[in-house]
Design a protein around this ligand. Structure first.
Ligand code: ATP
Length: 440
């Protein structure tokens, strides 16, 4: 058992090293020694993250008539955070070890003494997770503002601003992707828990009598999203919030969890938040946030079904789930088996050798493909080595221009996962690639 755990942690270490080496993720401000739990996404990381967000946006907004997009400000009126309960309640109890000065979430430790050194622990103290700053030049209490700890509140306060101009009728949703900030006590596990992260949230407004139906609907949709990202089904599960961890305002809450080496952890929450948020904002702002149903002549506060996912966590899941090692002909082969729809490069175009007109044909194919896809051109070195490099960064397909290409206008398609090779007409490559990426 212990051996297995060590192997899995080793896998994470290897992934972190690959991410640094290949330009996926680096420690932030690295030349100054880094800053705890802050990460920068390099050229490949930026692409992977963008692909995850684009896929989410396409599924949640573009493909639907009943969801509108929003991009609300990070800084909001401080009253928002008083009303939402974040100022008073968004806290974690914290304990410190008096001896080694380690800090823990009280909920995370079951022992009376420090899990690191056995030292005596302080009593738990409440620690607010919101980052504070000041608006304007004067640093005084009246000017305190917060970096938003979630994107959801931007949606609630804009409920009628979006509903009116878009002429949406309940049931409908508002979706947003954006940065959120939490002064986490115990960040870590690479990009799993950080202090600055991105959320992909959708709040779906429904008639109170239809909440359970929509809750089930969104559970199903959100589960499917992770399968469509290519995540191993057996490593996903639902966690239902029981009486002990169900938020006081929620009627039901389920999390989608993934089995990491450090345990089953939440990727996304699907929550029935009832009319709590809009009722609170209605009372605190004095603005009538009720929805007017013209057909039934009913005025009411809709219930909200929330789907709240972390982009960085999804990215870590895609990477760790995709990481594969094997031995091929006595040589180690590392592959990131990323789903083609999220892989940074969809394909690489490789002339077998830098002569006999092969680079020209390859360059032409590259220029055609780059109009539609993010692709990579690589002419240098042995082709086997070029394939391995693409395997390691997760490029699903390589198109190789060789001697036969010059005779019959076909190229070799080499598949990353199976390493199988097949020949295809150059003219058919763009549509073939499209089909392979989106299955459409
Ligand atoms: P956790 O229990 O892991 O702290 P949470 O229940 O506080 O998560 P929510 O408030 O429901 O999380 O936020 C929704 C999603 O935002 C989470 O499922 C997760 O994917 C992401 N998220 C939350 N906190 C962080 C963080 N510190 N770093 C990265 N992603 C986060």
């Amino acid at each position: 058992m212990a051996k297995k755990k060590q192997f899995k942690d080793e896998k994470m270490d290897k992934l972190v090293s690959l991410c640094k080496r290949r330009g996926y993720v680096f420690p932030s401000s690295e030349i100054y020694g880094g800053i705890n739990a802050c990460w920068d996404y390099g050229p490949l990381g930026a692409e992977l993250k963008r692909n995850i967000k684009d896929f989410w946006w396409r599924e949640m907004v573009h493909k639907r008539d009943d969801i509108e997009g929003l991009d609300a400000a990070i800084l909001m009126h401080p009253k928002v955070w008083h009303t939402s309960g974040h100022v008073e309640e968004f806290t974690d109890p914290l304990v410190d070890c008096k001896k080694c000065k380690s800090r823990f979430k009280a909920d995370d430790i079951s022992t009376e003494s420090c899990p690191n050194c056995g030292g005596e622990l302080t009593d738990p103290r409440q620690f607010n997770l919101m980052f504070k700053t000041f608006m304007g030049p004067v640093e005084e209490d009246a000017n305190v503002v917060y970096l938003r700890p979630e994107t959801a509140q931007g949606i609630y306060v804009n409920f009628l601003n979006v509903q009116g101009p878009s002429r949406q009728k309940v049931p409908f949703g508002i979706a947003q992707i954006g940065k959120a900030f939490r002064n986490e006590i115990t960040p870590g596990n690479f990009i799993f828990r950080t202090r600055e992260f991105e959320q992909m949230e959708m709040q779906f407004f429904v008639h109170p009598s239809e909440d359970e139906k929509w809750f089930e609907y969104w559970k199903e949709k959100r589960w499917q999203y992770y399968l469509d990202l290519g995540i191993t089904k057996e490593k996903l599960r639902w966690h239902e919030h029981g009486p002990n961890d169900l938020a006081h305002y929620a009627k039901a809450a389920f999390d989608i969890e993934y089995e990491f080496s450090f345990g089953w952890k939440e990727l996304e929450g699907v929550h029935n938040r009832t009319d709590f948020d809009l009722t609170r904002h209605k009372e605190a702002s004095g603005k009538d946030l009720r929805y007017w149903d013209e057909q039934t002549k009913e005025k009411y506060i809709p219930y909200i079904i929330e789907t709240s996912a972390g982009c960085d966590r999804t990215m870590l899941t895609c990477l760790i789930d995709a990481y594969h090692e094997e031995e091929v002909k006595g040589e180690p082969r590392v592959t990131l088996r990323l789903h083609p729809r999220v892989a940074p490069f969809k394909a690489a175009i490789l002339p077998l050798v830098k002569k006999q007109g092969m680079p020209e044909v390859a360059q032409k194919l590259y220029d055609d493909l780059r109009k539609r896809f993010k692709v990579f051109y690589d002419a240098g070195g042995a082709v086997g080595r070029r394939y391995r490099r693409m395997d390691e960064i997760g490029t699903p397909y390589c198109f190789t221009v060789d001697g036969q290409t010059l005779e019959d206008d076909t190229v070799t398609l080499r598949d990353r996962d199976s390493m199988e090779q097949s020949r295809h007409k150059i003219a058919e490559i763009p549509d073939l690639l499209e089909k392979k990426i989106n299955g459409e």
